[in-house]
Design a protein around this ligand. Structure first.
Ligand SMILES: C[C@H](O)[C@H](O)[C@@H](O)C(=O)CO
Ligand SMILES: [Mn+2]
Length: 423
């Protein structure tokens, strides 16, 4: 166990080291704790959903791999797991629900008919834990998604089904926002695309625009309560050649319709830098939603770690002082390791990257660059990596009354023995 005394002593040294560079660690800790991170509910059950009957994930788009024991099998188990996760994380969290986590009991309620009442148990849980809710229509794992097309489907009736699902999702998001007193980000991602070169890349994109326009035309939705976001990608499982909702599609669509654009760290070519995109896109987009994820060779949704792409992403947010213009959400699903630990590792790494952004000596770097001292800029950037940020992080954990360092592992081991192993 790490002693609070040792952490405090190390923090004082770190605080002084940062102060020498004009960085206020107290302010950084405060801000890093206050930025909400939306925890994705789907890590708890390997993206299976709670519908009656269970849909399975065979319609393409995404997939969790691995068979580690202890997967949550129902809403109560998911919420119990999330309770432990919340206890082990510093800072403010939200919960990000997908529509197919509706709890409808024995009744089958199709996606176009879901209502706020089907999420009553999630809402009660969020209320009692004082966490905000975010939402996502689920356009995958459904018989109407097996062809690889949903909102851009050539069949009008199938498009209509998904349009109605999206409209229902917006009503539910608005209901959450009203009840919890905090806006609900409702993120739209469709798996639409083709495995191999389609003859017509135009018509599905035209249909996707038409479908979204029908969805967002619903004037009963207050856009301040239901904050719609749209998420593109370069390729997916079963859409290796053609993704209808590509980056260019959604960037233009979001900007022209005043929606939030979602950037997922796993959705680009491995050599593309999402961090670099931020300052370009945010010249035109007011707000963006960031999905932290970790692609290994492809969109593999590995657990987020403090790697260069996560660090650089939040460095860019810091350097552009864009903290008030971003929503942060996790998006990974690894079924090969303890799922509670997966949450804790990924959420902590994301918040560590936020803290690192806040501890960046941005001003000195800019001054050196402006003065033409490129060598000094580079040297300071390198030096910043060696600053004692870990001591600031430990202090942040102590202040928020959660285990510092890897001390949380003991609670995960206990829960695995007492709860997960019995599932
Ligand atoms: C389950 C999520 O909606 C999904 O992961 C989406 O955000 C995505 O990134 C799909 O590749
Ligand atoms: Mn995503």
């Amino acid at each position: 166990m790490s002693s609070a005394k040792a952490i405090s002593a190390a923090y004082k040294l770190a605080r002084d080291a940062y102060a020498d560079l004009g960085i206020d660690t107290e302010a950084a800790i405060k801000r890093a704790l206050s930025l909400p991170i939306s925890l994705h509910c789907w890590q708890a059950d390997d993206v299976r959903g709670l519908e009656t009957p269970k849909p399975g994930l065979d319609s393409g788009g995404i997939m969790a791999t691995g068979g580690y024991p202890g997967r949550a099998r129902n809403g109560d188990e998911m919420r119990a797991d999330l309770d432990l996760v919340l206890n082990l994380l510093p800072g403010k969290q939200r919960l990000n629900l997908h529509a197919f986590y509706a709890e409808t009991g024995a009744a089958h309620v199709d996606r176009d008919e879901i209502e706020p009442e089907h999420f009553a148990r999630w809402l009660a849980w969020a209320n009692s834990r004082r966490v905000g809710l975010d939402f996502n229509p689920t356009y995958f794992a459904h018989p109407h998604a097996t062809s690889g097309f949903t909102l851009s489907h050539p069949d009008k009736a199938i498009r209509k089904f998904w349009i109605n699902h999206a409209k229902a999702s917006r009503r539910i998001a608005q209901h959450f926002a009203k009840n919890l007193g905090t806006p609900c980000v409702n993120n739209h991602w469709v798996p639409d695309g083709a495995k191999d070169a389609p003859a017509d890349r135009w018509a599905p994109r035209a249909r996707l625009v038409e479908s979204y326009d029908a969805i967002f035309a619903d004037k009963s939705i207050n856009r301040k309560l239901c904050v719609d976001a749209v998420e593109g990608k370069l390729f997916g499982l079963g859409s290796e050649d053609y993704v209808v909702g590509s980056q260019e599609f959604y960037s233009s669509y979001a900007q022209s319709r005043d929606l939030v654009l979602c950037l997922d760290l796993g959705h680009y070519h491995p050599t593309e830098s999402v961090a670099d995109k931020v300052s370009a896109l945010m010249q035109f987009h007011d707000r963006i939603l960031l999905h932290t994820s970790r692609p290994i060779r492809w969109d593999s949704d590995h657990v987020v770690i403090l790697d260069d792409s996560t660090r650089n992403l939040f460095l860019e947010i810091a350097r552009g002082n864009a903290w008030d213009r971003v929503f942060v959400a996790l998006d990974f699903f690894d079924a090969s390791i303890n799922r509670i630990a997966a949450y804790v590792i990924g959420a902590r790494a994301t918040r560590q990257a936020i803290l690192l952004g806040l501890l960046d000596p941005s001003q000195q770097l800019r001054e050196a660059e402006t003065a033409g001292r490129g060598h000094e800029r580079l040297a300071l950037m390198e030096q910043a990596k060696a600053l004692p940020w870990g001591a600031v992080w430990d202090e942040l954990c102590v202040r928020d009354d959660v285990p510092a360092r890897a001390d949380w592992l003991a609670a995960v081991a206990r829960y695995e023995r007492d709860v997960l192993a019995k599932r």
